[in-house]
Ligand binder design. Structure first.
Ligand code: FAD
Length: 586
């Protein structure tokens, strides 16, 4: 079984030193959230994740969810842990105090999301979609629905789901067939089947609130005719108590490669009573409120699982002895941590993980500003950044999660491939993250066509990085890092120019390059994060020498060994799509 120790020191390093968004500091309600309070929260969060949640990862893998006679049972131990989890208030961390939440900013809750992902993704998924449903209801439902449903969701007594997928409709939501017929009392009756629904049914909560995409007869064709409905598993009485069973039933659960402790359900809606959320035919944009925040969290899942993979690899390298290192003098077998190639593996993991954590912290500040700042223009500018970086964080972090869990298996050798050490489970559990919430390829297409080619958000992001470089141009310690970062920015901009030109003459060249472009932007964003961390580390290096010198060395590794990947992605992309589109695939 794996072990997990929450990286509280690294998280506090970010919180204390890298709240560098001045607009974030202007948000009144977060001014009280100081370092001592955050440290307290993180220490408590570490405790529940290490002691209570982490053992559930293996328990859920060994004893997956069971479906019997129409009922879904969670793995052993999940119910008790969930009760403690909600009694301690963890579902309410970032929710509005008006509905019983604790009102913490995303800068804090994102650390918690990472810890929970590291501890057990399966367990996390029971409450994760609840927060997605909370956000969607909060932003789009009328006050009556908010008052009826939100307090119970915030408390964790009721959970939430997101019901988009149908057997004929995954990425292409325009193909949805589930129908919603209006009743005389203003409610709707929903009929249809949804598949792959995470936490679609289980025994942890007294009710489940489904957010369902469906079509009202006569609505426009495709995605323009989709509406969003709230459909509870049990009807809710006027006084807020749980009433009769609604027309939603579970037909089966999936047998899966990973996240076996999380039920992935086929749900049947048979004249199920539902309530319209937002406007008719505008359901997709309302659902996007849920999906966009959710996509960032999927990226954080990749980061969290990668952290567990790294920690366990590091521990293993310090106990496993094989071969002799180059500086061996006593002719005895060495620990594998002495081998340069193993150290390269560990440094690849470490430099990606710490860079991503820092980028996620920066993005959390943008999300907080986009949701809470008093000035609409500032809110919109932050929202632009969030919109640019959401597909990057979702795809890049989940893909890096695959690379890092794969490296971890390699570090463990045969013991990584076999089950006992729990390392192969990390790879299997992470494998869903590049797929759900919109596949990574589709995220890359969205990034290029909607965010880079059709508006100027990329320029704004590049300006931010260049400001950081310029502000430090007289700092000799940072010169080498800044020079490399500037070169990579030039490659990024050349890449964007190439895409713009190709869009007019050969669209397939653009489509074939989207994944490479997303990677380039991902690495440049990490370079930006590493430059800022390096600056702080040089400044503070006489305080906590070991911590800051290690940061500087890891930055050097990132700039020397990881950053050249940018050029390889770019060079590959600009060869175009001829061979790709010419292939006959006999
Ligand atoms: C464990 C699990 C949990 C899930 N949880 C939920 C949930 O809670 N709620 C929910 O609604 N759904 C859920 N899903 C569904 C998930 O979101 C979909 O599987 C995903 O969106 C992809 O859809 P698909 O599987 O139908 O693949 P498809 O859409 O059929 O895609 C197949 C392949 O084609 C590619 N592709 C598709 N369109 C394009 C295009 N235009 N250009 C280029 N390439 C393209 C894709 O990238 C992919 O590689 C879950 C799935 C799983 C496995």
């Amino acid at each position: 079984m794996t072990t997990y120790n929450a990286p509280v020191e690294d998280m506090m390093f970010l919180f204390d030193n890298l709240k560098d968004n001045k607009e974030y500091k202007e948000i009144d309600k977060f001014k009280e959230i100081n370092s001592d309070l955050v440290k307290d929260i993180l220490v408590q969060a570490a405790k529940i994740n290490q002691d209570i949640v982490h053992p559930l990862a293996k328990a859920g893998d060994d004893n997956p969810c069971v479906y019997e006679n129409g009922i879904v049972r969670s793995p052993p131990g999940y119910k008790e842990a969930y009760n403690k989890f909600i009694n301690d208030g963890w579902t309410s961390l970032s929710c509005d105090p008006k509905y019983g939440g604790q009102g913490m900013p995303k800068t804090v809750s994102t650390f918690f999301e990472e810890m929970l992902s590291s501890a057990s993704l399966s367990f996390k998924l029971y409450s994760e979609l609840s927060i997605g449903a909370y956000n969607c209801i909060l932003h789009h439902a009328d006050e009556k629905i908010k008052e009826k449903f939100l307090p119970k969701i915030v408390e964790g007594k009721w959970s939430g789901t997101m019901c988009l997928t149908e057997s004929q409709c995954g990425t292409d939501l325009g193909l949805i067939k589930t129908k919603a017929i209006k009743n005389s009392d203003g409610s709707f009756s929903l009929t249809g089947q949804k598949i792959f629904i995470t936490s679609g049914d289980h025994d942890l909560t007294e009710n489940i609130i489904h957010l369902v995409l469906a079509k009202v007869p006569g609505s426009p064709h495709g995605t323009k005719g989709i509406s969003l409905f709230l459909v509870p598993k049990f009807n809710v009485n006027e006084n807020g108590s749980v009433g009769s069973r609604n027309g939603v039933s579970t037909l089966s659960i999936e047998t899966k490669m990973g996240i076996k402790g999380s039920p992935t359900c086929v749900l049947n809606f048979d004249n199920a009573k539902g309530f319209l959320i937002g406007k008719e035919n505008k359901g997709l944009s309302s659902m996007f409120t849920m999906m966009n925040l959710e996509r960032i969290i999927v990226g954080i899942q990749g980061l969290g699982i990668a952290e567990t993979a790294y920690q366990n690899s590091l521990a293993y390298c310090k106990e496993r002895k094989q071969g002799k290192s180059n500086d061996n003098t006593n002719n005895e077998t060495d620990l594998i941590i002495k081998h340069a190639d193993i150290r390269r593996s560990l440094m690849t993991m470490k430099s990606l993980i710490e860079g991503q954590r820092s980028l996620a912290f920066w993005l959390s500040q943008q999300v907080d500003v986009s949701l809470n700042h008093s000035n609409e223009k500032i809110k919109k500018e932050a929202d632009d950044m969030v919109s640019l970086m959401t597909p990057v964080v979702k795809s890049f972090f989940s893909d890096m999660g695959m690379e890092i869990t794969n490296e971890a298996i390699q570090v463990f050798g045969g013991y990584g491939y076999t089950r006992d050490q729990g390392i192969e489970q990390l790879y299997r559990d992470n494998r869903i993250t590049p797929i759900y919430e919109g596949t990574n390829s589709v995220q890359a297409i969205d990034l290029v066509f909607r965010k880079v080619l059709s508006n100027k958000i990329l320029d704004k992001f590049v300006n931010l990085i260049r400001n950081e470089i310029n502000n430090n141009k007289d700092n000799p310690e940072l010169k080498n890092f800044s020079d490399i970062l500037e070169k990579k920015i030039i490659t990024l901009l050349n890449f964007a120019k190439y895409l713009e030109q190709k869009l007019k003459i050969q669209k397939d060249d653009v489509s074939a390059a989207c994944n490479d472009f997303l990677k380039v932007l991902g690495y440049v964003s990490l370079g930006f994060s590493w430059l800022k961390m390096t600056k702080i580390s040089f400044k503070n290096s006489n305080k906590n020498k070991d911590f800051y010198n290690e940061k500087i060395n890891t930055a050097k590794y990132f700039f020397d060994k990881i950053f050249p990947r940018v050029d390889s992605h770019y060079q590959s992309a600009i060869t175009g799509s001829e061979s790709i589109m010419k292939a006959k695939f006999h």
